[in-house]
Design a protein around this ligand. Sequence first.
Ligand SMILES: *Cc1c(COP(=O)(O)O)cnc(C)c1O
Length: 413
Amino acid sequence: MTVDTLCVQGGWQPKKGEPRQVPVYASTTFRYETSEQMADLFDLKAPGYFYTRLANPTNDQVAKKIAALEGGVAAILTSSGQAASTFAVLNLCQAGDHVVSSAQIYGGTFNLFAVSLKKLGIDFTFVDPEASPAEIAKAFRPNTKCVFGETVANPSGVVLDIAKFAKAAHKFGVPLIVDNTFPTPVLCRPFEFGADIVTHATTKYMDGHSSQVGGCIVDSGNFDWAKYPERFALSYVKAFGKQAYIVKATAHLMRDFGSIPSPFNAFLLNLGLESLHVRIRRHAESALTIAKWLRKQPKVAWVNFAGLPDSPYHKLVKKQFKGTSPCGVMTFGIKGGRAKSIKFMDSLKVIGIVTHVADAWSCVLHPASHTHRQLTDAQLKAAGIPPDLIRFSVGLEDPQDLIADLKQALAKI
Ligand SMILES: *Cc1c(COP(=O)(O)O)cnc(C)c1O
């Protein structure tokens, strides 16, 4: 089945007389008939549900759909994208371990790695995603347990060469984890390029209607844990084979850290997934139309969008993505810097100012005056965020209406 059919029919497969839509199991707990039945669940000897902090049938049906979309063997939903990134790493690393990460990742992930996980004793080396394989190889240490990257970095738009990072990771004998939030499996399937584990903020395009915060981790089942017994604990591999990574995330991390999403949120996510293939292509096409228009405007200083034919990522986009653009998010700058950018944004009427991206409503954010407002212009430049940078998430409205809105706002500055 293709990704388009799986978006609609993956996961929940109703049998005779069962509800067509995935039911919301709004129950914290599940009943059994004998004490032994329950004991077998605790011993992981029998499959089944006993407490929703560990697993819930609604969540699992939706996770199954996302696993199918990515071409993986198993998946787990988490209560946020941040929880997915945290679990993906903690499932492999403990204090004293080390991770090689692309330096171009979502700001929340960067802070999670460089501050919070570092406080727990896990060390990170951040490498330039453009670095040569020889340079990337230098970042590895004997205690390196995994490599992390983001298919299309939020907000920089830098595209990860997945095959290059997968080769570097595998040469060293560790898995590559890729945050595939922006393209979604409709536009890019990282496992096809050698990634081993994929994470998502389902909060973004997968939900697509800004209705729930959620995350997901998918395992390809391809990494051969048993080949490196000195590096990875193998008790789960012996018992669960290709399911080991996700079973461990459930039985260990979910049990102890409890970042399970509400089954109702999983239901909302599934409604979004049913139209993901239709929506994401429209987002990507509209963004390309608008990026081409924006760059021709004399008041616009620059436009950064990997879908543009003369983007430095054009070759990589052609190789890794299905379609001309990797997502619907771009960045651009207004001539005149910070003050002009603010005036421009305040003049927009259809496009809203929102701390979000990747949903049906078009929105903009100005990192210099929002997410990074404590930084001076010099500090912003050092962080790779020009003071005039506007992040623009192109929604599902008519692109001509969006262009008209941008046009009238440009006329006001
Ligand atoms: C938003 C986002 C996250 C974090 O997701 P939350 O659901 O907000 O916790 C992680 N990675 C990327 C690429 C994101 O855009």
